[in-house]
Design a protein around this ligand. Structure first.
Ligand code: GUN
Length: 282
């Protein structure tokens, strides 16, 4: 069965839109600031998509396009200003940043209450210890997809391919929170195929086109493909979709699987940041 990320995404967006309208009736509009540094075409395309979705859902958004040679202190000053801007409830700095900028310093400068990516160490700590708070967008989208299709996680063998801070590590924690038995594999993993073969669920997030082949997966496994790789024929995932699909119970396509969910969860985080700031502060 093919997991339809567009369908699930639309359903969640409808709910978000209703909550936004409810806030608007009280003269509150959720606002998101997106900062992009340099002219990475993939980043620009993601950021455009984030802005468009904000508009569609009735949210306010601001975009800051900074030159690739902007100084770290200029970027930090901008973040400080946005932290103190009342109409903004979410701040997102598109990664990666140019090499001369210290990514950790930038992330730590964001007010944790506006950290809709869930990259700030305070929010990562909450995620790690199971305290309520923001959930990172792509992993949160994956959990929503699994929930929508009523895919059982408790006691299941989950294998995460990739150990990035954005996807691999947090999705591993979130699957653990759902009582799965989780293994994280990476470029130095030995016996990768043996580990993959026992997986009930595989999350592929390594950025290697068509890496996961049919002979690496167990019959009936659930496959979540987070890869977005541009090759000559277009966008493809980390999974060799056609052959792998034959063996799986559920699989996400690329595009139309995890992708639409990431932006939807960003909108949800922005809405919730707004609700929290608007109502908790009073
Ligand atoms: N770069 C790739 N994915 C992401 C993301 O989810 N958020 C941000 N800020 N940058 C990214």
């Amino acid at each position: 069965m093919i997991i339809d990320g567009k369908l699930v995404s639309e359903k969640i967006r409808t709910e978000i839109s209703k909550r936004v309208q409810k806030l608007q009736s009280q003269n509150i509009v959720p606002g998101l600031a997106v900062i992009i540094v340099g002219d990475n075409p993939a980043s620009q395309s993601y950021v455009r998509s984030k802005q468009r979705t904000c508009e569609k859902l009735g949210m306010y958004s601001e975009q800051y396009d900074l030159d690739a040679d902007v100084s770290e202190s200029e970027l930090l000053t901008l973040i400080e200003k946005l932290n103190n801007t009342e109409k903004l409830h979410g701040i997102l700095v598109q990664l990666p940043l140019p090499k001369h900028i210290d990514e950790s310093r930038v992330i730590e400068a964001i007010d944790p209450r506006k950290d809709v990516d869930c990259f700030h160490p305070l929010n990562v700590g909450k995620l790690t210890t199971g305290v309520e708070g923001f959930k990172p967008c792509t992993p949160a989208g994956i959990i929503e997809l699994l929930a929508y299709y009523e895919i059982e996680l408790e006691g299941k063998e989950a294998v995460v391919l990739g150990r990035s801070n954005i996807v691999g590590k947090p999705i591993a924690l979130m699957l653990l929170e759902k009582n799965a038995t989780v293994t994280i594999c990476h470029s130095r993993t030995k016996n990768l195929e043996t580990i993959l073969k026992r997986a009930d669920i595989i999350v592929a997030a390594i950025g290697k086109p068509h890496f996961l082949k049919a002979d690496m997966v167990k019959e009936g496994a659930v496959i979540i493909d987070v890869g977005i790789n541009r090759i000559e024929t277009g966008l493809v995932g980390d999974v060799a979709f056609e052959p792998v699909q034959q063996k799986t119970s559920y699989i996400t396509p690329v595009p139309g699987g995890v992708g639409p969910m990431t932006i939807t969860m960003l909108m949800k985080n922005t809405l919730e940041a707004c609700e929290k700031i608007a109502f908790d502060a009073k």
